[in-house]
Design a protein around this ligand. Structure first.
Ligand SMILES: [Fe+2]
Ligand SMILES: [Fe+2]
Length: 183
């Protein structure tokens, strides 16, 4: 009875991503070995990078002008704050003093952000649904972008912020195989 990923509409897809990342963070909390923790943290970072890209390039632009402006702008900034931590976590490792703290804080930031997206009636997804966005067309566009984003990030591209000044994303971009392909 469960929907496959291919059958999901945009909101179901994004929610499925949220649940997946929550499971990875829960597994991180339970993991005891450093190597297992690192593997899980990196998996969470990869999933989050792909998720933020499909929201920022497909879902959020479709919401612009259709839902509360403040909520949407805050979502972009929340993504960017998370990306700074994501890039730190990916560049670091579990032998670092603050590694676990960074992962924990990232999980808390994401928890708050997901709540704002999923909240009943005032949340972003509810507002988007009420505005009558074409959730099937958006799902198709996000599925397609998800595949290319996954390849880019697996090749080592860091998360790229859109709203923050003064981060060194650009410098980080130069050190990767995707060098300079900023979006
Ligand atoms: Fe999301
Ligand atoms: Fe988001």
């Amino acid at each position: 009875m469960a929907q496959t990923y291919e059958e999901m509409d945009a909101i179901a897809m994004l929610k499925a991503d949220h649940r997946k990342v929550e499971e990875i963070f829960a597994a991180f909390e339970k993991a005891t070995s450093k190597s297992k923790k690192q593997a899980l943290a990196e998996q969470a970072c990869l999933e989050l990078k792909v998720h933020t890209v499909i929201e920022e390039e497909v879902f959020y632009p479709a919401c612009r002008g259709k839902i509360e402006e403040d909520l949407l702008n805050e979502a972009y900034v929340e993504h960017d704050s998370a990306k700074l931590l994501i890039n730190e976590i990916e560049a670091g490792g579990p032998e670092e003093d603050f590694y676990e703290a960074k992962v924990k804080v990232l999980s808390e930031m994401i928890e708050h952000h997901v709540e704002e997206e999923e909240m009943r009636s005032e949340g972003m997804f509810s507002q988007a649904r009420a505005a009558g966005l074409d959730m099937d067309a958006l799902a198709d566009a996000m599925r397609a972008r998800k595949m290319t984003a996954m390849e880019e990030f697996q090749a080592g591209k860091p998360a790229v912020t859109l709203t923050l000044e003064g981060d060194d994303t650009e410098k980080a971009m130069m050190d990767t195989p995707m060098g300079g392909d900023a979006r």
